[in-house]
Design a protein around this ligand. Structure first.
Ligand code: PLP
Length: 476
């Protein structure tokens, strides 16, 4: 049987890949009745030769058409338009009537995040070359077992590498079996809630505090108890007075999110004592604890936890990249079996190659070197951004510089509405947050929260500050 002749046109300059154009031409031809069920289509080789394309390009298009049921591959007998389509021909939609195909997405289409967006490390400082090298090494050395399902607890080499790092750098004495790998802070909180929270249990949350954490704890059934924050961190006595029986307290002791203050030793001890007395859990979110500019990073709250009441949450997003989608927990030793059983039910496990590459990055000493480099870089970027803001806004602003962290809280000395300003700044592409939007019950004034980690030069800092000023002036 001769194959059905069909003119295929494609546009080599189109943003759409050629295989996708071929796929769509065949879909159109079937929908329009130019190709009928049972018609034989050209062989891969002849179509590739006719169109002067690599065989793999045509093969990808054919594989999609076979996979979606439009073509039927018959081996030696060639490939035909699926005969069963006869009954359904009238129902077929042309591809251009369909919702955009996911194949059209290109990794090059994603936008660069705005420079002031909170929570991002310096994206220009991601160690690409080293990552490519380590990634290659890791993949080359992969065993067949590595290609199976990853453990829901995390890759053991990464758990061991993190335990060693935490012992040395954060003062946390833990075993690899206490380290659980998750897909981000939300994943960590979700696991904690599944393991320890019952619907209606009270949860202390810092006020102001990270809205994403509050929303998750609430959605997991927690009854949120806002606890104020002052210069010494969460006011533990207020928490005790309001909800002494709370099940969980979520805190950011290294640099409170968003105010940046460090929890005092007195408050840390009071919090640990309360948790030990009530058999409650403290969730320590140490998202940017490594970034301290005035002195060495402080040991984590978990390092004081002799009664084993602290669940430590560490981030990979802030120290390497959020694109890796990895985070980790250090769980109390007494809870290993319980959390493992929860993980077996609810955790998928994280991608093996990513975990193995991060493990290599840590064990080869690259992680500590990278952190050291980032500390110097952020100190410099923070200084130059503060300088640019002060030059531009003069006495109209106040910046309470904290000992560390990855963002600034900029206060206005005028009576500005921070949410109104943030809305206008965001419309102008300057992704900032209004401080008052992070408040639940205890107002702490107006201000704008913004990152400095991606403000790479003083000139750029000045340009951003000028843009901010123009938006502020034009929106008032
Ligand atoms: C307060 C706080 N905790 C934790 C995280 C880490 O979140 P993730 O692991 O999803 O990147 C962030 C990120 O912005 C944060 O702001």
């Amino acid at each position: 049987m001769k194959s059905h002749a069909m003119n295929i046109h494609f546009d080599a300059n189109s943003a759409q890949p050629i295989y996708l154009q071929i796929y769509q031409r065949f879909r159109e031809a079937i929908a329009e009745g130019l190709l009928k069920p049972g018609d034989r289509v050209p062989s891969l080789r002849s179509l590739a030769a006719e169109l002067n394309l690599a065989r793999g390009t045509v093969e990808t298009a054919y594989e999609m058409l076979v996979g979606e049921g439009y073509f039927l591959a018959q081996g030696q007998a060639g490939t035909v338009v699926a005969p069963f389509l006869g009954e359904h021909a009238g129902q077929l939609r042309r591809p251009d009537e369909m919702v955009p195909s996911p194949y059209q997405r290109s990794r090059n289409l994603s936008e660069t995040p705005p420079a002031l967006r909170m929570g991002l490390p310096a994206l220009d400082a991601f160690p690409r070359k080293l990552w490519a090298k380590l990634g290659c090494q890791v993949l080359k050395s992969a065993t067949a077992a590595d290609m199976g399902y990853p453990s829901p607890l995390g890759l053991m080499s990464l758990r061991a590498a993190l335990a060693a790092y935490l012992n040395v750098s954060r003062g946390i004495a833990c075993k690899p079996s206490q380290v659980i790998i998750t897909d981000g802070y939300r994943g960590s909180l979700d696991l904690i809630c599944r393991a320890f929270l019952q619907t209606g249990d009270q949860v202390w949350m810092e006020d102001p505090g990270y809205p994403a954490a509050m929303k998750l704890m609430q959605a997991a059934g927690g009854a949120i108890v806002p606890v104020p924050v002052d210069q010494a961190g969460m006011v533990v006595n207020t928490g005790i007075a309001k909800a002494p029986q709370a099940k969980i307290a979520v805190v950011t002791p290294s640099h409170q999110s968003p105010l940046g203050v460090t929890m005092s030793l007195e408050r840390r001890l009071a919090l640990l004592e309360w948790a030990a007395n009530k058999q409650s859990w403290i969730v320590e979110d140490d998202y940017d604890g490594e970034y301290r500019y005035a002195s060495r990073p402080l040991p984590a709250l978990k390092s004081l936890d002799v009664q084993d009441r602290v669940i430590y949450c560490g981030a990979i997003s802030k120290v390497i990249s959020p694109a890796l989608r990895l985070a980790y927990l250090v769980i109390p030793e007494s809870q290993i079996a319980h959390i493992e059983s929860v993980c077996q039910i609810f955790q998928n496990g994280c991608p093996w190659a990513t975990q193995a590459t991060v493990a290599e990055f840590i064990t080869q000493g690259r992680f500590s070197r990278h952190l050291k480099k980032m500390r110097t870089l952020y100190k410099q970027r923070r200084e130059q951004f503060v300088q640019a803001l002060q030059e531009t806004f003069g006495k109209d602003i106040r910046i309470e510089l904290q000992a560390g962290g990855m963002h600034l809280v900029v206060r206005f000395n005028k009576d500005y509405d921070d949410q109104y300003l943030a809305r206008h700044l965001n419309e102008a592409g300057l992704a900032v947050h209004a401080l008052s939007a992070w408040v639940m019950q205890y107002p702490c004034g107006q201000g704008l929260i913004m990152s400095f980690t991606n403000v790479h030069t003083l000139d750029y800092a000045r340009e951003l500050a000028q843009r901010m000023k123009q938006v502020v002036i034009s929106s008032l």
